[in-house]
Design a protein around this ligand. Structure first.
Ligand SMILES: [Zn+2]
Length: 335
């Protein structure tokens, strides 16, 4: 029974995607996409699919440079304007459609994206967890993924192990990694899984198409921390970024997307103007809020943007459509 359920859960979003590919051009004739801001978040980027097969990094929804170019082409062809967080502080022209590219964590492989941004002359924001950069340490979820995969452990088991750590502070997770995988395990395996180094970060931060944002010092899942600790995570990261780039970031992306009112308050106190969540929705413009701007983001997908782009332009992704449909069915079942 569980197996059938899982199969349905895996295949329905894919079917919705296919349907979307066919019907969305029709719906979009009637839907006005203007005054919308779509934001996507990416993590790592692969040079090619060969790199993916090496399993040096948790694949998450990572795409190749080729797919990233297809993604950009798609939105350029549909008249979207690419913007960065700083643009939201000024006047945004009305009756246009906007998109923002964001990269979380601070992988060295994000340099591949910078080359593409240069070529297309479009901006993106990179959220950096500074401890990994300063100490050249792999990200903990990648360590679990690569060591377990090498031993032939199933993806499902790996996902469970990663998820079980997300309710803890960084110090606990770091301890867990050392005890289970050894002190040397934080050493990156290659250019695929390593973070940017200080010089590379400094270099890309000088690029006019690059905005650098805070992703906390320890990639802290902030809902596990108290007020002082949250403040420290933001402040230490800001200080390191100021040292490296010469600027204090105006934006923050909450690690793992976890946030609450306290975290938003502290973010505002520190001086962030724009905060990024991982809530799967579109953003409506103009944003009229005297507080820091809080924005929703869609996770990028590995399937071709042509297939799921239509739904995203309507403000939904296929997974979210299916999730909401399931929630509604459960609601009526209960009644
Ligand atoms: Zn992250």
């Amino acid at each position: 029974m569980l197996n059938i359920k899982r199969k349905i859960d895996n295949s329905v979003p894919a079917i919705i995607e296919k349907l979307g590919y066919l019907i969305n051009p029709l719906i979009l004739n009637f839907v006005n996409e203007n005054n919308r801001l779509l934001i996507f978040y990416f993590h790592g980027l692969y040079e090619s699919t060969v790199q993916k097969e090496l399993n040096h990094i948790d694949p998450q929804n990572n795409i190749t440079v080729g797919q990233f170019i297809e993604f950009i082409d798609y939105f350029l062809h549909h008249n979207y304007h690419f913007i960065k967080p700083e643009d939201l502080l000024g006047d945004i022209e009305k009756d246009k459609r906007y998109i923002m590219i964001t990269f979380d964590d601070g992988y060295f492989n994000n340099s591949l994206a910078v080359e593409v941004l240069n070529k297309y002359k479009i901006p993106a924001v990179f959220f950096i967890s500074t401890k990994n950069v300063l100490e050249n340490k792999s990200f903990w979820w990648d360590i679990i993924y690569k060591y377990r995969t090498k031993k032939g452990i199933s993806l499902e088991t790996i996902r469970k192990e990663q998820a079980s750590l997300k309710s803890f502070k960084y110090s606990y997770i770091e301890n867990y990694i050392t005890q289970n995988f050894g002190t040397e395990s934080a050493k990156p395996w290659s250019d695929i899984d390593r973070p940017l180094n200080e010089f590379e970060l400094k270099d890309i931060s000088q690029n006019p198409f690059v905005s650098i944002g805070n992703h906390t010092h320890n990639h802290a899942i902030l809902t596990n921390y108290n007020k002082e600790e949250i403040n420290e995570e933001f402040a230490v990261c800001n200080k390191a970024l100021l040292n490296l780039t010469g600027r204090i970031p105006i934006s923050i992306a909450f690690p793992n997307g976890n946030f609450n009112t306290l975290i938003l308050e502290v973010a505002e106190e520190i001086g962030f103007r724009v905060a990024f969540t991982t809530q799967n929705y579109i953003n409506k413009l103009p944003i009229t809020n005297s507080h820091a701007i809080c924005l929703n983001r869609f996770m990028a997908k590995t399937t071709n943007i042509k297939n799921y782009g239509g739904f995203i332009r309507l403000g939904y992704n296929p997974d979210l459509l299916y999730y909401n449909f399931k929630k509604r069915v459960m609601f009526f079942k209960k009644r």
